[in-house]
Design a protein. Structure first.
Length: 231
């Protein structure tokens, strides 16, 4: 079964609550942000180094703002095509709205950033921001730059294996329970819980022992064991 495309709402944007609920056959209101975010974090830790699309960190002072928008500082405008920053995080480090952290839902060539919810206060020229890609996906190969028509636009996708792996890891977290993930993996013995099992062998130390067996299978062709660049 493939996942029907829906707007991603999780922290890294790998999968939405609706997608997770659909694949697991449960009600959407039973899916929690905390467990979904934890599943994404573990997937990122497990896959190793990836050539993510936006590898840098763009900082500057806003030139203007609105209820859910922020205009980049003047010398950063007209440099990045449409939706270059879509899916990234923007964090306000100082000035008006300091402490806010939002997901970017769209960006324009002119430098207007749109976020997923209202700022605590409208950004102004005192607002100092940082833009970065939180997750390891999308990678550079997962993004299409379309320049045959204007405006030139970036189209980003989270590949199906990462979506499915995140959902399967969410299910694993839910079934194994918080104590399993909060405790020391080195002190655990082999155990089976329902359809899941783990063993305290060499491979189960660190993040390895926290990853669902189904997920390891799904990510076999994506995981970078050596730390070398995978493209």
């Amino acid at each position: 079964m493939s996942i029907t495309s829906k707007v991603a709402t999780s922290r890294r944007g790998y999968v939405s609550k609706a997608e997770t609920a659909e694949l697991l056959g449960v009600a959407e209101n039973t899916i929690t942000d905390e467990k979904l975010g934890r599943a994404e974090e573990l997937i990122d830790a497990y896959v190793g180094h990836q050539l993510k699309f936006f590898q840098s960190n763009l900082t500057g002072r806003a030139s203007a703002g609105g209820a859910v928008t922020l205009d980049l500082q003047t010398d950063q405008q007209n440099l990045f095509d449409v939706d270059y920053f879509k899916g990234c995080e923007i964090e306000i480090l100082g000035g008006t709205s300091a402490g806010d952290r939002k997901k970017i839902t769209g960006s324009t060539k002119e430098g207007r950033i749109t976020v997923d919810s209202s700022w605590t206060a409208t950004p102004d020229t005192t607002t100092f921001y940082s833009i970065y890609q939180l997750g390891k996906f999308p990678r550079q190969q997962d993004v299409v730059f379309y320049s045959q028509n204007t405006p030139y636009t970036y189209y980003k996708r989270i590949i199906e294996p990462i979506k499915r792996a995140t959902v399967m890891q969410y299910e694993y977290i839910d079934k194994m329970g918080d104590d399993f993930f909060a405790g020391d993996q080195l002190g655990k013995r082999s155990e089976s819980i329902g359809d899941y099992s783990y063993t305290n062998a060499d491979e189960s130390t660190g993040v390895q022992g926290l990853i669902a067996p189904k997920v390891k299978t799904i990510l076999r062709g994506i995981r970078n064991r050596t730390g070398r660049l995978i493209v």
